[in-house]
Design a binder for this molecule. Structure first.
Ligand SMILES: Cc1ncc(COP(=O)(O)O)c(C=O)c1O
Length: 388
């Protein structure tokens, strides 16, 4: 086969300023080395610094000894261990849902759920900035998909009103804390719209779990109960694996219909055990999330004082909007040269013209590190050419 046939595709990607390469880093955490050079890591979603926690790592080792490194089969074959069931119970309790079902990754879980609970004759209303995994799940669904403006409950309410009586079921799908903008969906308003229009509410808590609501996420914090809570154990829980927390009926439907669940090997035992250990730690330390958010707020204030015009937000995810792809990558490179690992985020991850730096604060960053980083970032922004 002639692989050169793909060179045209690659050169198009390059011309669009979207060229991506892999850089090697060593282990998760707030401090790491990249190609041998020390960096403070602002590109990690290990928000509570649990990926390297002694108890979490020990749980993974013990699970590998007891159950093996891999599950060896799908859950419906011989890969359903007591560990999976214990993890699902712990997730359901943490999220205030009746039950839960875990998947090998958050991406896979989102695809599994959205492609199987929706179908022909249904309508899905999706926030404009929803994550790729939610979008791909909707693409696999036979339901009609309509996009509403980001976090815009008025636009959503118009779409719900227009949909009345025209569909078998209507679903509203949103992230709670948006991964690239660090802002929060108007969950109370969305929830009450769903209730008054008889629509199902599906919320992805990937970035809020472990941080908000004493670990239980933003919906828990606001006393909102989605029909399905989606999420991942790869971020604040420092492990891996996705989940859907929901009713027993919907769980049964997923087990019987979700192809990405049925035809995939079960979540590996070390990941399941480390996620379970992290959930225990989060429940024992309900103040960790608040501590993280207060550090992130201080960092935000320091960046603002240093001349950055930040988008409003109350989370540990802080975007610095740049606009052009090349400028964002150039800025990220300057920061890397000063010892900060910050990733430039470009389309198609974010809309065209909104390339940015995405900084995530984790509990691995102490106050002094954050203060120093804000100073370095401030120096860099002043060295940037003015946007044309
Ligand atoms: C909002 C959101 N949902 C789902 C996922 C997928 O999770 P995972 O990394 O476990 O596949 C991500 C990860 O980037 C995410 O940001």
């Amino acid at each position: 086969m002639n692989h050169e046939t793909f060179l045209d595709d690659l050169s198009r990607i390059q011309q669009q300023g979207r060229w991506r390469t892999l850089r090697e880093t060593q282990r998760a955490g707030g401090l790491l080395t990249e190609n041998g050079a020390p960096r403070v890591n602002f590109s990690s979603n290990d928000y509570l610094d649990l990926a390297g926690h002694a108890e979490v790592c020990e749980a993974a080792r013990e699970a590998a000894d007891e159950f093996g490194a891999g599950a060896g089969a799908s859950r419906l074959m011989s890969g359903n261990f007591a560990l999976h069931e214990a993890l699902e119970q712990a997730l359901a309790e943490l999220l205030g849902q009746e039950t839960a079902l875990v998947f090998p990754s958050g991406f896979q879980g989102n695809v599994a759920v959205l492609s199987s609970i929706t179908g022909q004759g249904d309508l899905i209303l999706s926030d404009a900035l929803n994550h790729a995994s939610l979008i791909d799940g909707m693409r696999l669904s036979k339901a009609e998909v309509q996009v509403y403006s980001h976090a815009d409950e008025l636009h959503l309410s118009k779409k719900l009103a227009a949909a009345a009586g025209r569909y078998t079921r209507v679903f509203v799908v949103t992230e709670s804390l948006f991964s690239m903008d660090g802002d929060i969906a108007p969950l109370l308003e969305i929830n009450s719209l769903c209730r008054s229009h008889g629509a199902f509410l599906v919320v992805d808590e990937a970035h809020a779990l472990g941080v908000f609501g004493e670990g239980g996420g933003l919906c828990r914090d606001l006393n909102v109960q989605p029909d399905v809570t989606l999420g991942t154990m790869s971020k604040a829980l420092g492990a891996a694996g996705g989940f859907a927390a929901t009713s027993r009926i919907v769980r049964d439907l997923l087990i019987n219909r979700a192809r990405a669940f049925i035809f995939s090997t079960a979540l590996n035992p070390p990941a399941a055990a480390s996620a379970l250990a992290s959930i225990r730690l989060v429940r024992q330390h309900p103040s960790w999330g608040r501590r993280l958010l207060s550090r992130a707020q201080a960092f935000r204030d320091a960046l603002t004082a240093g001349g950055h015009d930040l988008v409003e937000g109350g989370s540990q995810i802080i975007p610095i909007m740049i606009g052009e792809n090349a400028a964002a990558m150039d800025y990220a490179q300057r920061l890397r040269e000063r010892g900060l690992m910050v990733t430039g985020i470009r389309p198609p991850t974010v809309p065209e013209g909104t390339a940015r730096l995405r900084l995530s604060v984790t509990l691995a960053h102490d106050e002094a590190t954050l203060e120093h980083a804000a100073k370095l970032i401030g120096e860099c922004i002043h060295a940037l050419p003015d946007p044309a």
